[in-house]
Each structure stands twice: as C-alpha cells, then as structure tokens.
Design a protein around this ligand. Structure first.
Ligand code: ADP
Length: 295
C-alpha cells in the first residue's frame, strides 16, 4: 500500500498559503512529518483526511483518489486530531461503544470484544470505567489511538500526539505507536525531533508549507557527516558568530553558550568536529527559512 501526494497546494481564505506544491510518497510504516509550529503539518493532514479541500494537486492511496472518493477514504482512515476533545463525563468504554456503533458495528457482543481488544492494546483496560475527564494527557492520547484504530484502518494520521506529554507518558505512547506501523501507513506530525528518531523509518521536514527534505533519518544524518562543528562561546559573542557562521543551534551550558554550526570545510576558530544527529538535520534545513532562536 502506498500514499502518493502530488503537487498539493492549499491557500486559506485569509491568503495564508499553508501547503505549497507538496509531493511525497509514503509506504507502510511510520512516516514523520517534522516541522515548527505553523509549518503546515495540520493543514496537510486535514487535507489528506478529507476534512478540507485542496486547491491543487492529488492524493492517491494506491488506486483510490483520496480527494474525490472521500467516503471510501474515510472507511480506511484512523485519525487522531491535534485537538482531541473528549466528553468528560463518559467512560472510555462507553465512548468507544458509541464510536463503534457510529462505525456500523451493530452486534453488541462484537462491539464488546472489539472494545476489549482495543483498550487492552492501549493499556487502558483497567481504567475503562473511569470518566474520560479524569484521564491524564497520556491516557487521553492512548484513548485517542484506540478510537483511531477502530475499524482496522489502512491509513492512520496522528497530529502532534506527543505534545504536552511528560517523558514517561511519551515513552508509553512511543511503544504503542511503534506497534502500529507494520501493516499500515502511519503519518505522525510533530515538532519534536526525538519523535522522528525514535519512531520513524521515513520522514520529511516541512516549513512554511514546503517540503525541505524527505528521506530516511539515517541517510539524512549521514549526509551531514564532517559538516557539523561545535564550540562554547560567551553569550554576547553570538551576534558575531551568527554573522560569520551558519549557526544551527545554541544551548546554554553552565553560563556559556554551546553552539553547533554547519560548515562544508573546517571553520578554524577553535571549533571541533561533531558527530551529526537528526536535530542538526532539522535545524540546518529550517535555518534557511526561520531564525533558530525563535523555534
Ligand atoms: P502546523 O500544524 O505545522 O502548526 P498549520 O497547518 O496549523 O501548521 O498552519 C499553517 C499556516 O496556516 C499557519 O500560518 C496558520 O496560521 C494557517 N492556518 C491554519 N489553519 C487555518 C485556517 N483554518 N484559516 C486560516 N489560516 C490557517
């Protein structure tokens, strides 16, 4: 199964062009859509999920014309939106039962079995009677995955699912997501580089509506071999360093500023060569568009 996005564009009525000529090919497995806030990730996902129209371009899930065959696509889709509201005074079990009915599972016994399976999968079986309003952020996200998995989707879209989770919750959520990717196409949008390095076999960097990079995390990092240099400087020196070098990240370390720069050749100035990582890939791509200090 393959999702092919071809020359997709979308401009909102206020004139913001949120998606600019985006082309991507996604295979089974976990695909990370990485970009800063406002990059256009949600716009792209909502368009693929048929919740809004594109102005130009096409999206195909194998032979299915996603933008035209909306009903057919929705039957194959599991979607966890960025703002996933829950009814606070209803239990997880009741809510899933309701969703299952909406999805056309009419047989009560069948629904019970399905709900039991899903709650088990997202590790919420013991909390199934609790009202959703009492769930932690991580529990809500796991519940969100359970509802997205209803109906055995072939395409799963999860929009910024780890934002707001504490490290333990994020880990639990990673474990859950990593099991999904095998037989389905999972698109995960995030501004957190670790989400991609932990989970995704393929990814794209998107910024200001455009795809800046698409490939595997390994290759992306390899491409930067020998091109990342670092050193510690005094804070006020950053102005000059930003003028003289391509500073891709800065980090305060015991009062000094630890900076990493991109350079094709040895930059001198006491810099030492560093092993590149996916953060370097991300920042060296988006620095072309936005000031890293604003991210
Ligand atoms: P991301 O998900 O990467 O944070 P979005 O897709 O939400 O990015 O937003 C991309 C751009 O489109 C932003 O400039 C945002 O303000 C704008 N935008 C998003 N949704 C709408 C909308 N419904 N109407 C107008 N502008 C929007």
């Amino acid at each position: 199964m393959q999702l092919t996005i071809n020359a997709l564009s979308k401009t909102y009525s206020n004139g913001v062009q949120a998606i600019k000529n985006v082309s991507l090919t996604l295979n089974q497995g976990m695909f990370g859509l990485l970009g800063p806030n406002g990059a256009g990730k949600s716009s792209l996902m909502r368009t693929i999920a048929t919740l809004q129209e594109a102005d130009e371009g096409s999206v195909f899930l194998d032979g299915l014309d996603v933008l035209k065959q909306k009903t057919e696509l929705r039957q194959l889709l599991g979607y966890l939106p960025q703002e996933f509201g829950v009814y606070p005074k209803i239990s997880a079990e009741q809510m899933l039962d309701h969703i299952a009915q909406l999805k056309g599972v009419v047989n009560k016994g069948e629904r019970k079995e399905l709900i039991g399976y899903l709650l088990d999968k997202v590790n919420l079986a013991k909390d199934k009677k609790k009202n959703l309003g009492t769930y932690s952020g991580g529990m809500k996200q796991r519940f969100g995955i359970a509802q997205a998995l209803m109906g055995n989707p072939k395409l799963i879209i999860v929009d910024e699912p780890t934002a707001g989770l504490d490290p333990a919750e994020r880990n639990r959520f990673y474990n859950l997501l990593s099991e999904l990717g095998e037989n389905t196409i999972v698109i995960l949008s995030t501004h957190i580089v670790e989400d991609v390095s932990t989970l995704c076999s393929n990814f794209a960097i998107i910024c200001q509506g455009e795809v800046l990079y698409a490939g595997t995390p390994d290759n992306a990092v390899k491409d930067l071999n020998g091109k990342i240099y670092s050193k510690s400087i005094k804070k006020p020196e950053i102005q000059q360093y930003s003028k003289d070098f391509k500073v891709i990240s800065t980090q305060l370390k015991s009062g000094d500023l630890y900076i990493r720069i991109y350079s094709e050749t040895y930059p001198g100035n006491g810099f030492t060569q560093s092993l590149p990582d996916l953060e370097d890939v991300y920042f060296s791509n988006i620095i072309k568009r936005v000031d890293v200090n604003t991210i």
